[in-house]
Write a protein of this length. Structure first.
Length: 463
């Protein structure tokens, strides 16, 4: 039987057979197909789509079940306050950025943020990258009006269509391109952590933070981190993405023993636009064995959340379910205490994480570019930390959109004093704005200093 064999089996059923299985009522990797679907691309060429998905279903997985279980263990520790999660990366990856230098720079940033938090707080960290699969994005509307082109399909990420207005048709062959780029990314990052030059990793750059009142402290910590050996745990990272295009996710779902894992990533999450209790995404996610996340925004009702955590984590497994709150600066007080109480009443263990970017988008008045303010991002994190503490709960980590590129100008503020007028200098993103290297490093310092280790706290109180 399947339970006797720990080997992986690829789903290669034809579309019609999948639909039949989906209608039987029992969970299978395809049972989501009989539920309402949101935010998914529907392709005109069904035959080509099936050919692409069948091919992906036969390709090797990108991660291993044991790695997913390892992450689950670490997330359970974060949920108990024994560890802290640093998760970050691009809003939407671009195929063009699958280059050695960019990938290394991105991983370096997340690992350094983890090193900073660990050095100051004394807590080991979990480093999770939005990488090797974050090629799709939900959009508020399926179409948009572009000057010279009229009404065209919205850009939904390189997995679905191209950013250029001429390339907006949804193309199933891009799913295969996404697989190859994800595979190349994971291959390179794994080889870098195993055998790369780690000296740059030890060098935390603080030169852009000289205007900060805490610059001396940051410099001292950076020197201390440089003097520490780079351990295997310091280099450990996991990949993640929002699992939006479920036919793709199904093709990369494989059986291992009695369980099914989505082996495109260690962690996948459900977005705020696809978390309806009766929808396809909830049906798919409830059956996979990976650690999973779900975004919790202002529209989430307390009773709805209570039911949602019960559906997604019926076995009450620690480390299985991460709740990623995203309210906006100044808004957490009105919602988070009720959400915490609802989860407590459910009896379901969760790991809480603060997404401090998605509720803080603004449009710059001078140039109409989408941006965020560093102060708003930090305000939401500190508000959420304080509320968890007051409510007897634990904030397990943070979730940010960041880039390791130093010169990117997409988010306003930070000690480097990036102004609204400076956004046009190097605004790269195709979707949401990201904090650049210096802004991200400073955020890690500020978060870590809100939870210093006992020795550091005692030293600070004597000053």
């Amino acid at each position: 039987s399947a339970c006797d064999s720990p080997g992986l089996t690829a789903p290669v059923l034809l579309l019609e057979a999948r639909e039949v299985m989906a209608s039987t009522g029992t969970w299978t990797p395809s049972s989501w197909r009989s539920h309402p679907k949101h935010q998914m691309a529907e392709y005109e060429d069904k035959e080509l789509t099936e050919k692409v998905l069948t091919k992906i279903g036969k390709l090797p997985p990108l991660v291993q079940p044991k790695e997913c279980e390892r992450l689950k263990t670490l997330l359970a520790e974060a949920g108990r306050g024994e560890r802290f999660i640093v998760q970050g990366g691009d809003c939407a990856e671009r195929f063009m950025d699958c280059e050695a230098e960019r990938l290394e720079t991105q991983l370096k940033l997340i690992l350094q943020m983890g090193m900073i938090v660990e050095h100051i707080s004394g807590k080991p960290t979990v480093k999770i990258c939005r990488i090797a699969g974050q090629y799709g994005k939900p959009r508020s509307k399926p179409t948009e009006t572009v000057e010279g082109f009229g009404e065209i399909m919205s850009f939904k990420g390189d997995n679905i269509n191209g950013f250029d207005p001429k390339d907006r048709k949804w193309d199933p062959e891009r799913l295969l391109l996404g697989y190859w780029h994800s595979a190349a990314t994971m291959n390179y990052l794994r080889s870098y952590t195993a055998s790369g030059d780690h000296l740059p990793l030890q060098t935390v750059g603080v030169a852009d933070l000289k205007t900060s009142a805490h610059y001396e402290s940051y410099s001292e910590d950076a020197r201390a981190i440089f003097g520490k050996p780079v351990t295997a745990e310091a280099l450990e990272f996991f990949n993640s993405h929002e699992a939006m295009q479920l036919d793709l996710e199904e093709a990369l779902t494989r059986q291992s023993g009695c369980d099914y894992y989505n082996l495109s990533a260690h962690l996948v999450w459900i977005g705020d636009r696809t978390r309806q209790l009766d929808c396809a995404h909830i049906e798919y996610f409830k059956g996979i064995a990976n650690p999973i996340g779900v975004k919790v925004g202002p529209s989430m009702k307390n009773d709805e959340l209570k039911e949602l955590v019960t559906v997604l984590n019926p076995k009450k497994e620690e480390g299985r379910l991460m709740l990623i709150t995203r309210y906006g600066a100044g808004k957490a007080e009105a919602m988070l205490p009720g959400h915490i109480q609802a989860v407590k009443e459910s009896g379901v263990p969760v790991t809480w994480q603060c997404d401090a970017v998605h509720g803080n988008g603004v449009v710059a008045k001078s140039n109409k570019l989408k941006t965020r303010m560093v102060n708003d991002i930090m305000t939401e994190i500190f508000e959420v930390m304080a509320i968890h503490k007051r409510c007897g709960s634990i904030l397990g980590g943070i979730h940010l959109e960041v880039t390791g590129q130093c010169g990117v100008t997409e988010v306003v503020g930070g000690s480097m004093d990036l102004t609204e007028e400076m956004l046009t200098k190097n605004y790269e993103t195709y979707c949401d704005p990201r904090m650049n290297y210096s802004q991200s490093i400073e955020a890690a310092f500020r978060v870590a200093n809100e939870m210093p280790c006992p020795e550091r706290a005692a030293k600070r109180s004597k000053k």
